[in-house]
Design a protein around this ligand. Structure first.
Ligand SMILES: *[C@@H]1O[C@H](CO)[C@@H](O)[C@H](O)[C@H]1NC(C)=O
Ligand SMILES: *[C@@H]1O[C@H](CO)[C@@H](O)[C@H](O)[C@H]1NC(C)=O
Ligand SMILES: *[C@@H]1O[C@H](CO)[C@@H](O)[C@H](O)[C@H]1NC(C)=O
Ligand SMILES: *[C@@H]1O[C@H](CO)[C@@H](O)[C@H](O)[C@H]1NC(C)=O
Ligand SMILES: *[C@@H]1O[C@H](CO)[C@@H](O)[C@H](O)[C@H]1NC(C)=O
Ligand SMILES: *[C@@H]1O[C@H](CO)[C@@H](O)[C@H](O)[C@H]1NC(C)=O
Length: 217
């Protein structure tokens, strides 16, 4: 009567180290694509709160295992609009912002790998914080990325065309925002809590095991 129970407990205890070993063996959390959490960031390239968010807060996901459970979608051109009379795009922070938005739209479309396009956008936004965004070409040598494909996308006006597409898509489901960045987790805005996006991502993630970045909190 007593022994079977004890045996179960002993077996259970003996299994504990095995479970841990298995967990550390598969150090990478590799969820099914369907379990991934969508994290969308609507931003404008020369908005200081956006630049700070991209450089300071968003960087955390690449320094932890959070990137493995995320579909990160960066959406430049937030708060830009198309002028009805001449069809040109007007950006909140002026023509320089339209230029940088174009370059970032090109980066997102030319570089499929999220690590690469994030690295480039990080570099641009880092310069934007320092008011040196006109030196954007420096980022390519710093990161050892080829300039030509993005320059060609930019010079052909594809970045602006992508801008029209982003503007069309975003105005479908969100009206001009009171503030940026506008951060959306699985189709739900987290509003002013954007700096705490990790908490919302972890809450939205249903896969097991949860990434270490979630357990820390
Ligand atoms: C389009 O019109 C807006 C204002 O109506 C103006 O600010 C902008 O410079 C014009 N753009 C071009 C390319 O003419
Ligand atoms: C730019 O757009 C043209 C057509 O509009 C397309 O053929 C070309 O592949 C695009 N280039 C880049 C770099 O996206
Ligand atoms: C965006 O919408 C405008 C008007 O609704 C349309 O003329 C234009 O072709 C669209 N552009 C893209 C790239 O989807
Ligand atoms: C995440 O985005 C993809 C593609 O846009 C969509 O198919 C999927 O339903 C989204 N997942 C959630 C949980 O919202
Ligand atoms: C996302 O939210 C918008 C409204 O905020 C809604 O219209 C749309 O259907 C939602 N999409 C999904 C996939 O849940
Ligand atoms: C983020 O979360 C912490 C802890 O819950 C809270 O104290 C803080 O005010 C939040 N920050 C923002 C910007 O909402």
């Amino acid at each position: 009567m007593f022994f079977p129970k004890l045996a179960i407990i002993i077996t259970a205890l003996a299994l504990v180290p095995l479970i841990f070993i298995n967990e550390s063996d598969s150090a990478e959390v590799t969820p099914f694509a369907s379990q991934k959490v969508n994290l969308s960031v609507y931003y404008a390239s020369l908005s200081q709160p956006c630049a700070t968010f991209i450089v300071k807060n968003l960087e955390e996901i690449f320094h932890s295992d959070l990137i493995n459970i995320l579909n990160l979608q960066l959406v430049p051109w937030a708060n830009a609009y198309v002028d009805k009379t001449n069809h040109s795009i007007i950006c909140q922070n002026g023509p320089d912002e339209c230029e940088l938005n174009s370059l970032e739209a090109c980066a997102l479309n030319v570089l499929d790998d999220v690590n690469k396009h994030y690295a480039l956008i990080y570099c641009f936004e880092f310069l934007a914080i320092e008011g040196r965004h006109k030196n954007w070409q420096d980022c390519f040598s710093q990161l050892d990325l080829p300039l030509e494909p993005i320059l060609s996308c930019y010079n052909r006006g594809n970045g602006t065309e992508l801008g029209q597409k982003y503007i069309n898509e975003t105005t479908l489901f969100y009206t001009p925002h009171e503030f940026l960045p506008w951060v959306v987790v699985n189709n739900q805005s987290i509003g002013k809590e954007y700096e705490n996006f990790t908490r919302y991502v972890c809450e939205a993630y249903k896969g097991i095991p949860a990434p270490a970045a979630c357990n820390r909190r």
